[in-house]
Write a protein that binds this ligand. Structure first.
Ligand code: MG
Length: 157
């Protein structure tokens, strides 16, 4: 078994869709980024890559590559899962936390878990998503950004 951690942080901007865990969530702002800005999926990708000893997301999917401009981060995740498979590994469990002041994310957890689990090739019960506010403090608390942390467990395929 192998474990890895992932972390990501993105600015929030007006006029962009908010995508978290591959799910569109109604909100007045969305996450900035070269792709769809899905901070949760990016943290999960980095946890998986870390567990496999495969470096990090930016190394494999540089934000200068036009191929990934506006792309769904689920496509990046699918590609990471493929890279694991090529190394004889598969994800078995993921836990994660999103740091966001608003909106309330709990109503969307089920869909996020189902969506991420489908791409990861595991049951939704093996993908946990949590949320925390930062009690109004700093950029996260002012609603200027969101962050995510993830941990992933891999086993031999
Ligand atoms: Mg990112």
């Amino acid at each position: 078994m192998r474990v890895g951690i992932g972390y990501d942080y993105h600015r929030l901007e007006a006029g962009r869709k908010l995508i978290l865990g591959g799910v569109e969530i109604p909100h007045s702002k969305g996450l900035a980024g070269h792709s769809d800005g899905d901070v949760l999926t990016h943290a999960i990708c980095d946890a998986l890559l870390g567990a496999a000893g495969l470096g990090d997301l930016g190394q494999h999917f540089p934000d200068t590559d036009p191929k990934w401009k506006g792309a769904s981060s689920l496509k990046l995740l699918a590609q990471v899962v493929e890279m694991l498979r090529a190394k004889g590994l598969r994800p078995t469990q993921v836990d994660s936390v999103v740091l966001a002041e608003e909106p309330k994310l709990a109503p969307h957890f089920v869909r996020m878990r189902e969506t991420l689990a489908r791409v990861l090739g595991v049951e939704p019960a093996e993908v946990n998503v949590k949320a925390k506010t930062t009690e109004g403090l700093e950029a996260l608390g002012r609603g200027e950004a969101m962050a995510a942390q993830a941990i992933a467990l891999l086993e031999s395929a």
